[in-house]
Design a protein around this ligand. Structure first.
Ligand code: TXA
Ligand code: MG
Length: 342
């Protein structure tokens, strides 16, 4: 299959992409979090194509994007007062709400669950496509299953060229990590995945929520995620510690390595960084700058000849919780695999 590249600011390209969705094809497009891989949510056959294109395990449910609250009625039972307050405060935005679904949805969409995740994205191209298409769009992240989520059109092309009808290029995603997934069917509600809306912001609005510890509650957490070529080692939790231990690390580490650090740590390391592959994510004092560049940096390291990435332990408040969650999953996976092979 030939994969067409469209431009997000061209009305005729959006119209063509919407026609492809109508014809049951798959279209990747930008959202404020990461690029999504879209299909007509109410077309069983189109939904099935998502699982094939991404090589996604069939039990992992898809979430659905809408552009207007009037679209909810086709997807979910009337939302609770609490859910409506969250929608009013955070939509459009990076919050997926898991709600009881209506009966008439394709089974493949929700992996047989009685619930469905819904979100209104805050990105002009996503909203334009949703309005032009007029119906809800099922949209997981537009990467091969188990890999890093894409934050620009090139990442999508790398993973899915030849497997989908087209990609709408809307530049880099401003948030850079996926949405927070909040299960509204438990009391209190449960964060299944930390993301673009922080725990603190949610609790300020609706009071205490719990964080999923049992992966049975969070189907997506059963599967491996965020895999990188190199091993990731989370290193020091302050720039000062990173800099203080760096000479010893250089002596000890015999494998080719890279560094994933903040601007504050880079400033302390100075010329010590010469000849080492380094990605500076942003400022510890501005966690949104750290999150924005994470997946692009990890994909960049996949192209480098490094066997290990020493990654600063970033503050895990606000969106930093999502950032550290993704890094910890990348780091854990390799250490688990390594342990098995020893
Ligand atoms: O920011 C995002 O959420 C992006 C953009 C494209 O919207 N989408 C995204 O989709 O990250 P995906 O499929 O890669 O991740 C959605 C997560 C998965 O872990 C899935 O298991 C979980 O949400 N999920 C979806 N529906 C669910 C449901 N009914 N119950 C529990 N978890 C659900
Ligand atoms: Mg994903």
């Amino acid at each position: 299959m030939q994969t067409i590249l469209w431009q997000g600011d061209q009305a005729e390209d959006i119209a063509t992409a919407a026609q492809c969705l109508q014809a049951g094809e798959l279209v990747a497009f930008p959202t404020e979090t990461v690029y999504g891989l879209g299909a007509d949510a109410l077309n069983e056959e189109a939904v099935r194509k998502i699982f094939i294109a991404k090589d996604r395990p069939v039990g992992n449910p898809l979430s659905v994007l809408i552009y207007d609250l009037h679209q909810l009625a086709a997807l979910v039972c009337p939302p609770s007062e609490q859910a409506r307050r969250l929608m009013a405060a955070f939509w459009p935005g990076p919050l997926t709400l898991v709600l009881p679904k209506v009966d008439a949805l394709p089974d493949g969409l929700t992996g047989g669950l009685p619930t469905i995740g819904v979100r209104m994205p805050n990105h002009p191209v996503a909203l334009d496509l949703l309005k032009t298409f007029g119906k809800p769009i099922a949209a997981p992240s537009a990467n091969m299953s188990g890999k890093l989520s894409p934050t620009c059109a090139e990442h999508v092309a790398h993973d899915l060229t030849g497997r989908i009808a087209g990609i709408i290029d809307g530049g880099a995603c401003p948030v850079g990590v996926e949405s927070t997934v909040l299960d509204m069917t438990t009391k209190p509600p449960t964060i299944l995945r930390p993301g673009g809306v922080s725990l603190e912001a949610i609790e300020r609005l609706i009071g205490p929520v719990q964080i999923a510890t049992n992966s049975a509650k969070a189907p997506g957490l059963h599967y491996k995620h965020y895999t990188t070529q190199a091993e990731i080692i989370l290193y020091a939790d302050t720039p000062e510690k990173f800099a203080a231990h760096f000479d010893a690390l250089k002596q000890k580490e015999k494998r080719p390595f890279g560094l994933l650090i903040s601007a504050e740590t880079a400033a302390l390391l100075g010329e010590n960084l010469t000849n080492i592959p380094v990605r500076i994510l942003g400022y510890r004092t501005q966690p949104e700058t750290l999150a924005r560049g994470l997946f692009a940096a990890l994909r960049w390291f996949d192209e480098q000849m490094v066997e290990v990435i020493y990654c600063e332990h970033f503050p895990d408040e606000q969106i930093g919780a999502a950032l550290m969650n993704r890094l910890q999953q990348s780091a854990n996976r390799l250490s688990t695999e390594r342990r098995k092979s020893l």
